[in-house]
Ligand binder design. Sequence first.
Ligand code: IPD
Ligand code: CA
Ligand code: CA
Length: 269
Amino acid sequence: MLDELLKCAKEAALLAGGIIKEGFGTSFKIENKEGKNNLVTEYDKLSEEAIINKITSFFPDHKFLAEESGKSGFQNSDNIRWLIDPLDGTVNFAHQLPIFSVSIAAELNKELLVGVIYNPILDELFYAKKGGGAFMNDSRISVSSTSSLDTSFLVTGFPYNVDKDPGYCVEQFISIIRRGIPIRRLGSAALDLAYVANGRFDGFWEIELKPWDVAAGVLLVREAGGLVTQYNNEHYWVEDLSMLATNGKIHEEISATLQSCFIELSNGN
Ligand code: IPD
Ligand code: CA
Ligand code: CA
């Protein structure tokens, strides 16, 4: 069953990646979903439609939680649920910056079964199945071996309501960058996680991510030997508010730093 799910997820990601790659750099319709900068393009929608059609052709009874169309499929059963981000990095895509991906995962009863992230520009296909390790383009991948926060290479992201500084995310960023640690902000949470899984980054954190942003990446990081928790080091599920994903070795140090900033600020220090 896992192999069939993975085959389906890979086919869907490659198909959708082809669609958004074709649209990249052309003139297309861009709308604002909410606030000032939460964009959606016609390619987000085309990609999502292609993914759902592909999955339905394999598994007509499965259910979906997809970013643009919401919940659909056979909801009132124990059926597998697909978590779909048809274009992660829409703001980059809309500004012709070639950093974006397709992210597809399947879960059952809060257990991630398969996950696929595809970057169509670099033709990098990341995938994992539960208990089967993590891969990029058919080569096994694993997290980095960096063991101290001060020599780490990190990535983070900010939610669309960053102007409200939810969870003191701006101060947390400052507290780490002030130490002289290089931090990137790529704009695709799925790629951030894929790059922790293959060791390009040592760690990634972000608040208020959605299940479709992270589901595939969380499985990838875990199957590549890394650790994913909430900021406070507690068990993480894709609906939780905060997420910290690392190679495992720097996890406690970064978790303590993120928390101390939160605690200090909530005490008014
Ligand atoms: C966004 C990206 C970004 C992250 C945001 C997400 P979208 O997803 O993953 O890196 O910082 O929190 O919402 O809107 O491009 O699918
Ligand atoms: Ca997203
Ligand atoms: Ca998206």
